[in-house]
Design a protein around this ligand. Structure first.
Ligand code: PMP
Length: 299
């Protein structure tokens, strides 16, 4: 399979308030965000030309930035409008959106007070994160040796680029052993999440999910909690242990990229993608394709 690099594609990217040709959306190597991880981002999905939960994502981008001490030079409304503009300009009907904000080149050092804050938004056509085949049987997972850090050792509620260092390490180590992804514990040894998605377990007819006190409370996670409750399923958010997996009948991941992805195994523990995962997946697929209320401008 030949890879088309992300810097060599047709289209346009929204960059600091203007549309620029895709190949011209460049940075200098002496960019603070690159050296010191002063960078936050979002991942959004476009369904039928609409970005699902766009407002929530734009708000989270601003909040992630605030947590890193950035004063983002665009309001939530401006970010929403820019996202719609770039999706329309690239003719994306079903795809992915990647907003990113970072500190610029004015200072290279731990202190970065005078750096300019930049924002860019790119979008592209994108199929499912895990292959259809892997999704059907449930993905094969192993445990990552990397743990989600404590909230007083990293800005864990920010979707900050630096927090993904251990995600890429964990995912690469899992892939090298033939797994699709890795499950992560937190610093206490509790069950936390996957490398880019939250996790749910069906135990005794209740849906259990770890309390997101040191990792992202995903927008998909919150959506799925609402969908489950609307179906009369009790949802329990609590501290969970790796041992809880042995009690689970069904396990699935949730995330913008992962959507709802059934888990087939975590090392030797096996799960069968079952009725609840299928029902909630169907509800989710229906919901994301519903035109957002009051979103006539984007029709
Ligand atoms: N955890 C991590 C580490 C993630 O990267 C993501 C994807 N943004 C999620 C959870 C799920 O978040 P969301 O449903 O908002 O995409």
């Amino acid at each position: 399979m030949s890879i088309i690099p992300f810097d060599d594609r047709d289209g346009q990217i929204w960059f600091d308030g203007a549309m620029v040709a895709w190949r011209d959306a460049k940075l200098h190597v002496l960019t603070h965000g690159l050296h010191y991880a002063s960078c936050v981002f979002e991942g959004e999905r476009v369904y039928n030309g609409h970005v699902f939960r766009l407002r929530d994502h734009s708000e989270r981008l601003r909040r992630s930035a605030e947590i890193l001490g950035f004063d983002l030079p665009f309001t939530v409304e401006e970010l929403d409008a820019a996202t719609r503009q770039v999706v329309a300009a690239n003719g994306i009907v079903d795809g992915y959106v990647r907003p990113v904000a970072w500190r610029g080149t004015e200072m290279i050092g731990v202190s970065a007070q005078q750096t300019r804050i930049h924002v860019a938004i790119a979008t592209w056509q994108w199929p499912t994160y895990f292959s259809a085949e892997a999704r059907k049987a449930g993905i094969r997972m192993t445990w990552s040796r990397w743990r989600r850090p404590a909230p007083d050792t990293a800005p864990t509620q920010s979707k900050a680029a630096g927090l993904y260092m251990i995600c890429t390490l964990g995912k690469h180590e899992a892939e090298a052993q033939g797994f699709h992804d890795a499950m992560m514990m937190d610093w206490r040894g509790q069950l936390a999440e996957a490398t880019g998605a939250n996790v749910f377990l069906l135990i005794d007819d209740k849906l259990h999910t770890p309390t997101p006190d040191c990792f992202l409370d995903g927008i998909t996670r919150r959506t799925v909690i609402d969908l489950a409750r609307a179906r009369g399923v009790e949802v329990v958010e609590r501290a969970m242990m790796p041992d809880d997996l042995a009690k689970a009948r069904e396990v699935f991941l949730t995330g913008t990229a992962a959507e709802l992805t059934p888990v087939g195994s975590v090392d030797d523990l096996r799960f069968t993608p079952g009725q609840l995962t299928e029902l909630l997946s169907a509800d989710f697929n229906e919901l994301v394709r519903r035109p957002p209320a009051g979103d006539i401008a984007a029709e």
